[in-house]
Design a protein around this ligand. Structure first.
Ligand code: GDD
Ligand code: MG
Length: 363
């Protein structure tokens, strides 16, 4: 059975980290999101995945060299500078997917513990053209919202309704089981929104069904969601083992320290600190509720709280970084600089003076 993973979006709300990597490669507790997805698919017996990408994403995925878990990976590319939306890539991959059997489509930018085998089973039991996994959230206005009958037929599907207008709080979890018939519903060679064009058509014909999924589901739309999702995963998946680095530092669980991490004396790491591969932390440093991407350097006496720090960033001595700060890859923060809450810094920028209000540093 085949699966198509949608991975060509631009993730503008995750800037500056998404300036240099697609969302599908954001690390979730030190493992790229795509790797979690491929692992889950392989565990469920899938042998082949088609990644619907743009040219740049394809290059970055290849460079990331993530393990494929024995799966055959094929790329289906949107035309250059002409993104096909969420429906167009399905039509584009028609030949790769074939017409033999139902298939899965996944939004690549979510962490979803949906039972893939079960949704396909339910899908085949109904006379559905599409069955979408539904998850319950508090505020459905950022998502696609579905209203269903007792038999789980979807009677309305509204993409991103205003807060008061959402008929239910069951939202599209971004996991679909589709019949090859779906290809007849998607126009060719143009951008198509699955949610705004295709699903409403299926609703009219009574061919759209829902699969209520109660498993873990996380969207990493904005940096705050991204931090929260990582913290939730830390709680769930990481052994709360005490890991000594030099002996004089203190590790407060839960934390995740990837290979090659070093921590100096009298530093306190955690709770909720995720340090990527080869991150190097000096002495007397405090880091909590934060994510450090691989290769970051944090010099002595610095404090990092509630922040995300991009790959190979360099943080000088005595630096203070507060909640909601997001630093792009390769950023350099010089000694004794303080960053107020909510400051973001574009990739490779150097900051030599303290920033006292929330803003984005672009030069
Ligand atoms: N190849 C390709 N080309 N992929 C795309 C394109 C494109 O032009 N545009 C978006 N995608 C991919 C994204 O990378 C993402 O994995 C998926 O399609 C969904 O697109 P988003 O842009 O992330 O949509 P959203 O988050 O606003 O809303 C969607 O996801 C929600 C769940 O997270 C919708 O499907 C909602 O209904 C749903 O609730
Ligand atoms: Mg999304």
């Amino acid at each position: 059975m085949k699966v198509l993973i949608l991975a060509g979006g631009f993730a503008t709300r995750l800037r500056p980290l998404s300036c240099t990597r697609p969302k599908i490669l954001f690390p979730m507790v030190n493992k790229p999101l795509l790797q979690w997805t491929l692992e889950r698919l392989a565990r469920n017996g899938f042998k082949e995945a088609i990644l619907a990408v743009n040219h740049q994403t394809e290059i970055l995925i290849e460079q990331s060299r993530i393990p494929k878990h024995g799966m055959k990976i094929t790329y289906s590319r949107d035309p250059f500078k002409k993104p096909l939306g969420t429906g167009g890539p399905v039509k584009k991959a028609e030949r790769l997917i074939g017409h033999d059997e139902p298939f899965l489509v996944l939004n690549g930018d979510i962490f979803a513990d949906v039972d893939y085998t079960d949704i396909l089973k339910i899908h085949e039991e109904k006379d559905a053209v599409a069955t979408i996994a539904l998850h319950r959230v508090e505020d459905p206005s950022r998502y696609g919202v579905a209203e269903l009958t007792k038999e789980n037929r979807i009677t309305r599907f509204i993409e991103k309704p205003p807060k008061e207008a959402a008929p239910t709080n069951r939202i599209n979890a971004g996991v679909y089981a589709l019949n090859p018939e779906i290809f007849n519903y998607i126009p060719e060679k143009r951008k198509v929104s699955m949610e705004r064009e295709v699903f409403p058509k299926l609703v009219e014909e009574g061919k759209l069904y829902g699969y209520v999924s109660e498993g873990l589901w996380m969207d990493i739309g904005e940096s705050e969601d991204y931090l929260e999702a990582n913290e939730a995963l830390l709680d769930l998946y990481v052994n709360q083992q005490k890991r000594k680095v030099t002996g004089k530092e203190q590790v407060k669980n839960p934390v995740a320290l990837d290979k090659g991490v070093s921590v100096g004396e009298e530093s306190v790491i955690g709770p909720y600190a995720i340090l990527g591969r080869n991150a190097s932390v000096g002495s007397h440093v405090h880091i909590r509720n934060s994510i450090l991407f691989p290769g970051t350097v944090i010099s002595d006496f610095s404090q990092i709280r509630g922040a995300i720090i991009g790959e190979d960033a360099f943080i000088g001595k005595g630096v203070k970084i507060r909640e909601g700060c997001v630093l792009g890859d390769g950023v350099r923060i010089n000694d004794n600089v303080s960053l107020a809450k909510g400051v973001s810094v574009c990739p490779a920028k150097e900051v030599s003076e303290s920033v006292l209000t929330s803003k984005c540093i672009i030069k």
